[in-house]
Design a binder for this molecule. Structure first.
Ligand code: HQG
Length: 181
């Protein structure tokens, strides 16, 4: 992949917009939005300097489109991946029949008994395609891809959302909705 000159900003934004806004004294509203002027100011005060233009370029060029701007471009939020409590207010969506989850071998026993849990995040993250699931799993080692019977889950009343950058989100996947592995 090509070198990403904004990677350090993207990593920093993931930290403060998903996990630790308090680290720089940043306020997120209930839907996870931070005011851009305040973000730039508080980031600089913490030693992370970037301009508004650099911030907008980071959002525009991000490989996974991790961040979203409000229409007036006065606020920014992470599209998914939060550990802090946020109400993303995403519409409820009918999922495809099958979704995928990339993980690694060492979690399989626990997933087999307890299903997929959101762990530290606000949702379980699922992908519509195998390739993305493979990349998600590969962050932790040799990827193992699990097949989720999301159509059946939906018919049984489980709620699904899709993030602005195409990640499927749900509260939990009970083990009976995982294809045997
Ligand atoms: C595992 C990235 C034991 C789960 C990606 C995963 C994604 C269990 C880990 C987004 C379990 C949690 C999220 C259970 C689940 N017992 N382990 N019952 N249930 N697990 O990082 O899905 O690049 O919170 O398999 O692209 O890996 O950051 O979730 O391995 O969209 O934008 O517990 O993060 O996006 O790990 O990744 P995570 P994830 P970014």
């Amino acid at each position: 992949m090509q070198h990403d000159p904004y990677k350090h900003i993207s990593k920093f934004l993931s930290l403060v917009l998903r996990h630790q806004p308090e680290k720089i004294g940043l306020r997120l509203d209930v839907q996870g939005w931070a005011e851009i002027g305040e973000l730039i100011e508080k980031s600089a005060a913490s030693g992370m300097r970037f301009t508004r233009e650099e911030l907008l370029e980071t959002v525009r060029t991000n490989d996974k489109q991790r961040f979203a701007l409000n229409p007036g471009q006065t606020a920014i939020r992470a599209s998914q991946g939060h550990s802090v409590a946020v109400e993303l207010a995403l519409p409820v969506m009918t999922p495809p029949e099958t979704l995928y989850h990339g993980t690694v071998e060492k979690f399989l026993e626990s997933i087999r008994s307890g299903g997929l849990q959101k762990m530290k995040r606000q949702h379980v993250h699922l992908s519509a395609n195998l390739q993305t699931a493979g990349q998600v799993g590969a962050r932790r080692g040799k990827p193992v891809i699990l097949k989720v019977r999301s159509g059946d889950m939906h018919r049984r009343g489980h709620i699904f959302h899709i993030s602005e950058n195409g990640v499927w989100l749900t509260d939990a996947v009970p083990p009976e909705f995982l294809e045997p592995f």
